[in-house]
Design a protein around this ligand. Structure first.
Ligand SMILES: Cc1cc2nc3c(=O)[nH]c(=O)nc-3n(C[C@H](O)[C@H](O)[C@H](O)COP(=O)(O)OP(=O)(O)OC[C@H]3O[C@@H](n4cnc5c(N)ncnc54)[C@H](O)[C@@H]3O)c2cc1C
Length: 258
């Protein structure tokens, strides 16, 4: 089991009503797409993508269940535990890259968006949320390239779902890499667009995780583990998957239809 490090929350930034970013210093590295297991004392340990790399690391947390709601009540100076970083990373290949982020999926994708741009790629990002008040990291995305907003209710940007806007952009421009993170059905639609156009694609997949290090098998996707073999999978891998876009597993391992 990786070393658990107790860290102090040095900064807490409320991004939108149900989502905050927590910054801390930890003796860990980290690359775009990797995650840490975050221990919230008295509650649980949950996987969180590193939304900030560098000295002052960050995680960006959306309220979901018990642990995330408890974390969102924490303030600057409070202590959490972190271990990691775990998992593989986004491959920063490509010169014309389209990133498609839905909801809190931008927390995992943002370091890759910055990484693609730092490597000289031209980056366009579809930043999508249910409604305008839930859009996160718009300014950070703008620093790395073009941003195309989409909201389900049309309160900002394109009215509709992220894959519809991604399709429009793919019709208008040539891309040589697509990276995506967000709700699984959104990623499935993006994957289908990429497969039909033969554009390389990578997606960061979410599954219920307990250990984060390949022991418990909770995060199994077909015959691979999201914690160790992922969370980032290529389009070719996902095209062969029986589970992706169809099933996830709950805490007890029971299959749940998506
Ligand atoms: C690699 C990875 C990176 C992640 N990064 C982020 C991030 O950057 N920001 C963020 O806000 N969230 C992220 N998540 C999701 C986050 O870990 C879950 O929202 C959190 O574990 C929920 O814990 P909870 O105690 O609040 O809810 P719980 O009470 O545990 O969960 C409520 C319900 O959601 C289900 N559930 C819990 N976790 C998952 C899951 N991972 N997949 C599918 N169903 C689940 C449970 O079965 C339960 O029914 C990530 C998940 C993974 C696997």
């Amino acid at each position: 089991m990786g070393k658990l490090e107790i860290v102090t929350l040095e900064d807490v930034v409320k991004e939108v009503h149900d989502t905050s970013t927590f910054r801390f210093r930890a003796d860990i590295e980290g690359s775009p797409g990797q995650f840490v297991m975050v221990w919230i004392p008295g509650h649980d340990e949950v996987p969180m993508a590193l939304s900030y790399l560098g000295d002052l690391k960050g995680i960006t947390v959306r309220a979901y269940g018990d642990a995330t709601k408890a974390l969102l009540k924490m303030k600057r100076g409070d202590l959490i535990g972190v271990r990691g970083p775990y998992g593989n990373t986004f491959r920063l290949d490509g010169l014309k890259v389209l990133c498609v982020a839905g909801g809190v999926g931008i927390a995992s994708l943002i370091a890759a968006i910055e990484g693609f741009s730092d490597r000289g790629a031209k980056v366009a990002t579809v930043l999508a949320a249910k409604t305008a008040e839930e859009l996160i990291f718009e300014e950070r995305c703008e620093k790395s390239g073009e941003v195309h907003l989409a909201t389900d209710d049309g309160t900002r940007g394109f009215k509709g779902l992220a894959p519809a806007l991604a399709r429009k952009l793919m019709d208008q421009h040539t891309f040589d890499m697509i990276a995506t993170c967000g709700p699984e059905m959104m990623m499935k639609a993006v994957l289908d667009l990429c497969l039909s156009r033969r554009i390389p694609c990578q997606a960061s997949i979410e599954r219920y995780m307990k250990c984060g290090i390949g022991i418990c098998d909770a995060c199994v996707l077909d015959d691979v583990l999201v914690c160790e073999d992922g969370p980032v999978f290529s389009g070719e891998e996902l095209a062969k998957s029986h589970d992706f876009g169809k099933f996830r597993r709950d805490e007890s391992g029971r299959r749940i239809t998506l």
